[in-house]
Design a binder for this molecule. Structure first.
Ligand code: FMN
Length: 162
């Protein structure tokens, strides 16, 4: 069973957790980077004209730099991102649209300033071609919490397979 940890992080919190978890579990890591990186001004959501607000309200696609090599080797994708506007950032949706998720198990995790995961998983589903199993979706605060979430998901995934 090979896991891929794919993550987007604008300010480093999600990145720290994703990297520590990947190292702990020997998983491969892919950073979802927008082709045009976000500057500090770009993500200043208190400014109505900031890039993040313009993209959000336009429902814009945000092109991703690079692609995951050997996508078919992974049976589980652990997908992490910060909660933006109570959901997944547009760049994560663009990333999801670029792959065939048939047969994959998905563990969603997010970091946030206080919001829960809400309807984030349901809202991502249309971008996950092939109807993968979303085994877990939670806001977490540490690599340990992500470890617990992933172990629960593994157990559930194994249960569904028998
Ligand atoms: C554009 C933008 C929108 C955000 N929207 C929310 C939100 O709706 N709810 C929330 O709790 N935090 C929100 N946050 C805070 C981030 O989710 C939080 O700081 C997160 O841990 C950042 O992760 P990162 O360091 O990996 O980018 C927002 C941050 C930004 C930049």
């Amino acid at each position: 069973m090979k896991k891929l940890v794919a993550y987007f992080s604008a300010e480093g919190t999600t990145a720290g957790i994703a990297k520590a978890f990947a190292e702990d579990t020997g998983s491969d890591l892919f950073e979802i980077r927008p082709e045009k990186p976000y500057s500090a001004q770009d993500i200043r959501w208190t400014n109505p004209l900031a890039r993040c607000n313009r993209e959000k309200f336009a429902g814009a696609e945000v092109p991703v730099a690079g692609t995951v090599e050997g996508w078919d080797r992974y049976d589980t994708v652990v997908l992490g991102f910060p909660i933006w506007y109570y959901g997944a950032p547009n760049v994560v949706r663009t990333f999801c649209s670029g792959y065939d998720w048939t047969g994959k198990n998905v563990v969603l995790f997010a970091t946030s300033g206080g919001s829960g995961i809400g309807k984030t998983a349901e809202k991502l589903k249309p971008y996950l071609k092939g109807n993968p199993k979303i085994l877990a979706a939670e806001v977490i605060r540490s690599a340990e919490e992500l470890g617990r979430l992933a172990r629960q998901a593994d157990a559930e995934g194994a249960g569904q397979g028998t």
